[in-house]
Design a protein around this ligand. Structure first.
Ligand code: RTP
Ligand code: MG
Length: 155
């Protein structure tokens, strides 16, 4: 079983949820590091007015990549997604904004998942040419932000 399975009662930790209410988990995926786009992505986050409060470059283990994308474990693309995320260094970040919609604003900044939907002006819209390798991850809800912050930055 994955070390951070959904059975883990992290979501019952109301104090932690409150503590990270205006934060989200952002990651430059391996393609962003390979293409030298980390600076551009960080710059867009900073220009927006958000703060990077934690940042770490590392090569995710397969177990970490599996746990990160656990919600997609039943999808046909899960294996490929885990292979991709664990193939090289990523830059993991906790991003903080002034109010509790940081995760949603960051999702807009990142752009839509599918390459043909991502609007110019968004990171994916400006730089991604494929859905599978779309440069940046951003948490999609308060609950997933709390889970992912704890998963990538446990201390
Ligand atoms: P992410 O989690 O990486 O921020 O991406 P997302 O929320 O925009 O999209 P999500 O639905 O969570 O999917 C995670 C990643 O899986 C790949 N994907 N492939 N082949 C497909 O139909 C498909 N759908 C999703 C994408 O790389 C997506 O970012
Ligand atoms: Mg997602």
């Amino acid at each position: 079983m994955a070390p951070f399975g959904s059975s883990r009662p992290w979501f019952r930790n109301i104090d932690f949820m409150d503590q990270v209410a205006n934060q989200t988990f952002i990651m430059c995926k391996p393609d962003a590091v390979e293409r030298g786009l980390v600076g551009e992505i960080i710059s867009r986050i900073e220009q927006k007015g958000f703060s990077i409060v934690k940042m770490d470059q590392r090569v995710p283990t397969r177990a970490l990549a599996e746990a990160h994308y656990e919600e997609h474990s039943d999808k046909p693309f899960y294996g490929e997604l885990v292979d991709f995320l664990s193939r090289g260094p990523v830059v993991a970040m906790v991003v903080e904004g002034p109010s509790d919609n940081t995760f949603a604003v960051m999702r807009t900044l990142i752009g839509k998942t599918r390459v043909d939907d991502a609007q110019p002006g968004s990171i994916r819209g400006d730089f991604a040419t494929s859905t599978n390798e779309n440069l940046v991850h951003g948490s999609d809800a308060h609950e997933s932000a709390a889970r992912e912050i704890l998963l990538w930055f446990p201390s």
